[in-house]
Design a protein around this ligand. Structure first.
Ligand code: ADE
Length: 269
């Protein structure tokens, strides 16, 4: 996988990506990183790449031409027009399946905006995918590009070793990962669940599956819609949801009782 990043801050991208697992993969030649400074393609002697928006409004816009020329430099280098991801809160929200799909590409270009955005005309000409990493606004596209490259890298064969492999992790089958424990056996008076010490592989697998289901029901019930469960497991989900609802009602009721108590006390004063 060859990553190309069009940015005003190439050193930010290089520092982030040359670290840890992605850094190792770049060293091994499984990934390559080409951070292109858009400012190198400015067409004035001050290397200015931004200007005021027509029609007025706050902030500055990145101009079309330097962005276009920096993209063209990549096309010239690789000999074809690759997919271009523009990082923007207005894009489709990034998810694991998107990471898997993008990992199939030979080259990927990430276009990082700054200021108030980029002149629409160059976006129309070069961008193939508009992607957001979540419903919040960041100061630029560099962090989102790194988030995407990190998760895409994990899906490139060979980037993760066996121990790091993504098979049984969060989002496999749309379930969250089960809790994990390491030495010591007891810490802060908390013991490792006995089943994990039993050496009974079938029981351990069963316990982990149950824990994954419990976690997903309590923390990310929205994922269940797409989860791959057996009929028995769906029944278990129903039972868990019922229990949770009862528990929540209890806490709501307890709270309302204590609210009434305080209100009465206040009135008596
Ligand atoms: N640029 C600014 N905020 C962003 C976000 N949430 N996702 C992608 N790109 C962005």
């Amino acid at each position: 996988m060859n990553f190309h990043v069009l940015t005003l801050f190439p050193e930010m991208i290089e520092n982030g990506m040359n670290t840890s697992i992605t850094g190792r993969a770049i060293e091994n030649g499984l990934l390559s990183l080409n951070a292109v400074n858009i400012r190198d393609f400015a067409f004035n002697k001050h290397s200015k790449v931004d200007d005021y928006p027509y029609g007025g409004g706050a902030g500055m816009l990145m101009q079309a031409e330097p962005v276009y020329l920096s993209f063209e430099s990549i096309v010239e280098k690789i000999g074809y027009k690759p997919r271009v991801v523009y990082l923007t809160p207005q894009g489709s929200v990034f998810h694991q399946e998107m990471a898997k799909e993008l990992a199939q590409e030979k080259d990927l270009v990430f276009l990082c905006g700054h200021y108030e955005g980029i002149d629409e005309r160059v976006l129309e000409e070069i961008v193939t995918d508009y992607v957001s990493i979540g419903d919040y606004v960041l100061t630029g596209g560099e962090l989102p590009a790194m988030v995407m490259m990190d998760s895409i890298s994990r899906m490139v064969p060979g980037v993760l070793n066996n121990q790091e492999s993504g098979e049984t992790e969060s989002f496999a089958g749309n379930l969250l990962e089960y809790p994990q424990y390491s030495r010591p056996e007891e810490w802060h008076e908390k013991k490792v669940p006995e089943v994990l010490m039993s050496g009974h592989h079938a029981n351990i697998a069963k316990w982990r599956r149950e824990q994954s289901i419990i976690r997903t029901v309590t923390r990310r019930p929205d994922l269940l819609k797409k989860a791959e469960l057996t009929n028995k497991e769906w029944n278990y989900v129903r039972q868990l949801k019922k229990e949770l609802k009862e528990k929540n009602n209890e806490t709501v009721n307890d709270k309302s009782i204590s609210d009434i108590d305080t209100e009465q006390k206040n009135r008596r004063k």
